[in-house]
Write a protein that binds this ligand. Sequence first.
Ligand code: NAP
Length: 242
Amino acid sequence: MHPLTVVTGGSRGIGAATVRQLAAAGHDVVFCYRRDAAAAADVLRDVHATGRRGIAVRADTTDPDQVARLFDAAADLGQPTGLVNNAGTTSRIGPFTELTVDDLRHVVDVNLVGYVLCAQQAARRFTTGGAIVNVSSAAATLGSPGEYVHYAAVKAATDTLTLGLAKELGPRGIRVNAVAPGIIDTEIHTVSGVPDRARRAAGRIPLGRAGQPAEVAAAIVWLLSPAAAYTTGAVLRVSGGL
Ligand code: NAP
């Protein structure tokens, strides 16, 4: 019996590494992406190469109907027991005074509303227990001054969402945890206007380098596994000491 797990934002970065590692660990995986169908197809090919089942769904996590469609696709494969809330974004790095309301709303929409909509579908549909992992950020406790304080604040909300859901869903056998990555080498930094941020930040990271998506994925896969059966409500920092 293979576990069935839903991953949001699986076409690249931390999400793609997570989909690949979950499949290698024996999960069937249904993942969504928003734009890049070719990148999603590459990830799906790797899932199938492990012998596991997978589906890639174009779905925007900020839209409740599209989120329902994502979970319907999972239901076609069986009873899902895992969710990785990963699809996230930021906005251009800059002083707080220059933040636009459109950027603020977009960051709240993707990183908070999207996570809540997906967690709600999981809570309704995980009738046999399961596990949710929310991808937060070390920014939640660092505050990201001069960069994106609003993003840091929304990631702090992710940590509270994790804690509250762990307590509400624990009696139903659903564990809820978060990982808090530090600076990871992905394309999210292009959105922030500093594509080489991972390289530039190396000097202020205690371990001396940015992280790789696979290093975050490994923590997510562990939190979803039976080895983490007594772990819930935790925020696991994967930040090289940042
Ligand atoms: P990334 O490389 O930019 O990948 C983001 C993924 O999410 C892409 O597949 C993207 O697909 C998808 N996505 C974005 N908005 C979506 C939406 N509304 N609906 C569906 N899919 C959507 O980002 P990443 O660095 O891997 O980040 C993953 C998570 O880690 C995020 O929650 C981020 O906040 C968090 N994080 C990252 C870092 C870091 O340094 N990289 C640090 C701390 C936390 P499309 O482009 O097609 O939309």
